[in-house]
Write a protein that binds this ligand. Sequence first.
Ligand code: COA
Length: 259
Amino acid sequence: MPYETILTSLEENILTITINRPDKLNALNRQVMQDINDVMDEVYSNHEIRSVIITGAGPKSFVAGADISEFVGASVEQGKMMAKKGQDIFFKIENAPKPIVACVNGFALGGGCELAMSCHFRIASDNAKFGQPEVNLGLIPGYGGTQRLTQLIGKGRALELTMSGNMIDAATALQYGLVNHVVPQVELLDKAKSILTIINSKAPYAVGACIIAANAVFDETKNGYATEIDEFGKCFSTEDMKEGTSAFLEKRKPVFKGK
Ligand code: COA
């Protein structure tokens, strides 16, 4: 399905989504947010898609934040609505039943950092820069940044970043645990694809259950250990679990069918 502001390509069951406004450093305007929302519906429903990469067009920026020009003249109520809508779309990414990896190829600022953090993990190119510079605009992060940054790097580091508006480089992001790997920019997508190819070879139900259980840690309406028990149990109803355990005992490679 064609989108106005994002490019998509599906290869070997990995959907690559590229935010495509390089002249505006891929800033998230309303249309980009709508397109991300719509492509996530496709991710949920299309069985050909086993995993997803989100990246930005051009060598300079992943996403340089929400489109600041759309903030001008907004009221308190409109501000709240923007944040709610953004949070809902990023929850859709976070709760997707398939792995979604952010390939951060440059600036990941404001909503860009928040988009990357809503993905299941992040890989950065060595020129990447992360930050929540909203305070420079008299704002705070609104698309989940105050929450996910605190979850990912801890309260002290998160507050230093949100209150100062300072950026950190890829090496610091790696040290903080904000990203899993840092690679040269030319290797960024290949690195993600090599990891996703491994994940795609596993039992899809079990992969999705890893996401559900990990997300339960941060969901106050859920007990994470109870969620784990539930998901562990559900795996026993899948053919893939029977195949995986039988294959191990028969000393052969499992063939998972996603059933
Ligand atoms: N919203 C809207 N437009 C943006 C943008 C954003 N968040 N970030 C960058 N742009 C636009 C610039 O206005 C400029 O457009 P123009 O060429 O029509 O003037 C274009 O992208 C290139 O950006 P520019 O600032 O010229 O690049 P730079 O290399 O000098 O600086 C940044 C790069 C990322 C440091 C700088 O663009 C910046 O600070 N952006 C805003 C980051 C931010 O505050 N994000 C949080 C928003 S809530």
